[in-house]
Design a protein around this ligand. Sequence first.
Ligand code: SF4
Length: 327
Amino acid sequence: MNFIFGPVNSRRLGISLGIDLLPPKICNFNCIYCEVGPTTEFTNERGEYADTAAIIAEIEAFRADEAAVARLDVLTITASGEPTLHLGLGEIIAHCKKKIAKPVAVLSNGSLLHDPQVRRELAQADIIIPSLDAARDESFRRINRPDRQCRLSEIIDGLVAFRREFTGHYWLEILLAKGINDTPADLAALAAAVARIKPERVQLNTVARPPLESFARPLRAEELRAAAAALPVTVDILTDRAADAPPLVRDVLASKRGRREDEEEVLHLLRRRPCTAADISTALGMERERVDQATAQLTAAGHVGTSHHRDQKYYIVLPRGQEHPQD
Ligand code: SF4
């Protein structure tokens, strides 16, 4: 099991070592826009869902490469599902902070911040990016399709409580899907929730990559700008264009890898999210020609297919046994 991926060139965080606590996907939501696929284990209970010692061992193995560590901007703890569900989260953050002199970021759906123990664990990190896609119950259930134990009011209270306690960077991510959580009533409720939470900034997103459900559709740029104007804090509108990504790191570009290694890295990245060839090139610091060779090999071997979304071709990992691309 590989828990570590990258370093990748994150559009938000720079050169980031990803630490994925929960492959395969364990989550308390089943969002219509999820890039990972359907929730395979649906739970709202924290548990020992991953081997914490094995994750720490992988971090230690990475740490042995001092040059690779030096190139990092950040360690990003995430999950194919929701990382705060894993009881070992606090130990893993503590280990990263103690052993590696780089900021630690955690991406979360924000659903368990009402739990004081989760807040204590997250408080050790430097950057927390929780999500809140809706502040009206009906829209929350339509877009996030949460476990029935999840209560929206409790989630918003948890986001408010953590903001009061946490001294690090707190960026709230909101993802809007057309006709699902973007009505005037939704935006007004979100604005009121944001006014209570008071995040440092909001990162406003839309359905930028192939979603779990085909009815999850993106907002247009002008609609996102109008939604941003309705929110009472600084808003970054996230785009998914490679041209907006931070510059590539020369060392990453210059690294020499064999074709087999290229294919493994591309497959590893695609297991986490669908990507265009430009995304792969940017994330892995891999020249476009090598990306094309690797994707051609993976396609020919039946590991990878393609999906078109917003006039862009995305590479996706095919389910086992499906030998041909879907479109
Ligand atoms: S987008 Fe995040 S919170 Fe939503 S189902 Fe996927 S992993 Fe879970």
